[in-house]
Design a protein around this ligand. Sequence first.
Ligand code: SAM
Ligand code: SF4
Ligand code: SF4
Length: 336
Amino acid sequence: MAVPLQDTLGRPVRDLRISVTDRCNFRCVYCMPKEIYGRGYQFLERRQLLTFEEIERLSRVFASLGVEKIRLTGGEPLLRRELERLVEMLGGIPGVELTLTTNGSLLPLKARVLADAGLRRVTVSLDSLDDQVFKAMNDVDVPVERVLAGIEAAAAVGLSPVKVNMVVKRGVNEDSVLPMARYFQGSGHILRFIEYMDVGHTNGWRLDDVVSAAEIVATIGSELPLEPIEPNYAGEVARRYRYRDGGGEIGVIASVTEPFCGACTRARLSAEGRLYTCLFATEGHDLRALVRGGASESDLAERIGRVWRARGDRYSELRSAETADLPKIEMSYIGG
Ligand code: SAM
Ligand code: SF4
Ligand code: SF4
């Protein structure tokens, strides 16, 4: 039997995040601040993006190496034209669960066609229920109502339970934590709070801006009593809590205060086909050149295997004042 693929710390490759575009219709302060991603910003051109056929081919190779879950992301994945065609193509890979992360603004239009193409799950990012706070977070004029309509549209076509991701940034939306918890309690959707991370180098991250998962749980628990529950599976990134009164559950992702690199089985493929073995990697590995250069499936598997076997990333466990300033890849490029 073939030796299972593992990195230098014994971690297999189980998840693949694929960024299908580096463009976005939002300008979230923690991800694509407008001062940097303004009018003159040079996004990738179409010919630079992996085609759907190239993405499918690489995905099949990753699946043969152990990947069981693929998440489509970006930038904003719903901006990629005919994304449903890719969903259909990837849905045909045996043993792979396909999901998608979106800012939700186009979901009212797209939920049905995505579900018809075979998508089963979706995660929607939403940072506040208050239009003013929401706008202060993403710098665009999309009303919260549109994202909520997207969440309901997704649930209505069976993309459920919908996970709702809220990034909490000190002084910007921490007051939205409780209203969000109240709103989603008992809704059937699963709200997850994410600590603000120092991805990329354009968001001006400071440790003081991070609201810790412990603080978030304490804030919610003071009004809506919570108790911890077991993870759904070994290595689950979110820590789960349920409302004692039976109103469902929440998750917290403590990437800064309680890093989980030891269980990180995630590879990332950028929209132009570069492979990254960590969210905080400085360099990617160009798979597009191989694909376009006529590499066979076994050439691709060999190359990916070589990169993964050499992987020793554990940035979040080593994070310090010094590492915050190292050059890193942007979240919108690599996909969260
Ligand atoms: N545009 C889509 C969206 O916002 O859901 C998909 C791409 S986005 C980069 C993926 C996830 O990364 C989102 O849930 C977003 O909130 C999260 N994210 C982006 N920047 C972050 C940061 N600095 N810290 C923590 N999470 C971040
Ligand atoms: Fe766009 Fe998502 Fe980044 Fe916000 S978090 S700027 S919606 S890619
Ligand atoms: Fe994985 Fe890198 Fe994040 Fe650690 S810092 S959990 S290795 S992506």
